[in-house]
Design a protein around this ligand. Sequence first.
Ligand SMILES: [Fe+2]
Ligand SMILES: [Fe+2]
Length: 220
Amino acid sequence: MNIKILYDNTAKTGFLSGWGFSALVDNSTLFDMGENAESLLANMCAFGVAPEQIKRVVLSHEDWDHVGGMSLLSQFGDVQVYVPSSFSKSIKSEIRSFNPDADIVQIKNALEVEPNLVVTEELGIVREESSLAVRSSQGVVLIVGCSHPGLDKIMSRVVSEYGPIRAVVGGFHGFRKLKALVDVPIIVPTHCTKKAKDIVKLYPEQARLVSAGTELELEE
Ligand SMILES: [Fe+2]
Ligand SMILES: [Fe+2]
């Protein structure tokens, strides 16, 4: 399994940084779209990925730094776009305006969009958010946007449904219950994670910092 960090607050040489997050799973599933389409496209190109390769887009929540690059949907052709059911009418009509062929799928409960690839249930009361869970024989790889509902809540729902978490990647926001990560073998706190450095200090063998331009290879 391959995860490319396409958009992040920091970037490796040859990639652009910007406030926001986006990750690409196996060159076909795009999770979130960062703050702007130009940087998202530039980073995609820097990885050698063409927009036509994107088969589906999962938008975790409606914050501008996760949906700001939505105009790039116009270059994706026939895609499915998974959004929390709480997404506003205006943002759904924006999606349609950028890509009239997009199939918008609203997520309330978890949905297995292809074998072992799950868009998790919409959690939270005000800033509802979904995540992406990729199941493998070695556990679940969980990709999160900002974790506004609380990373511990997102993780415990995933564990109860799909078993142990092998890796967690993305924005953990103000998450402080760092002990909840003790059993996670691969911890990749990025984007808005306030305690990223503390997490690396606490779990030096498990945690790593990444930027736009980082590629993670996980054995299936
Ligand atoms: Fe957010
Ligand atoms: Fe964010």
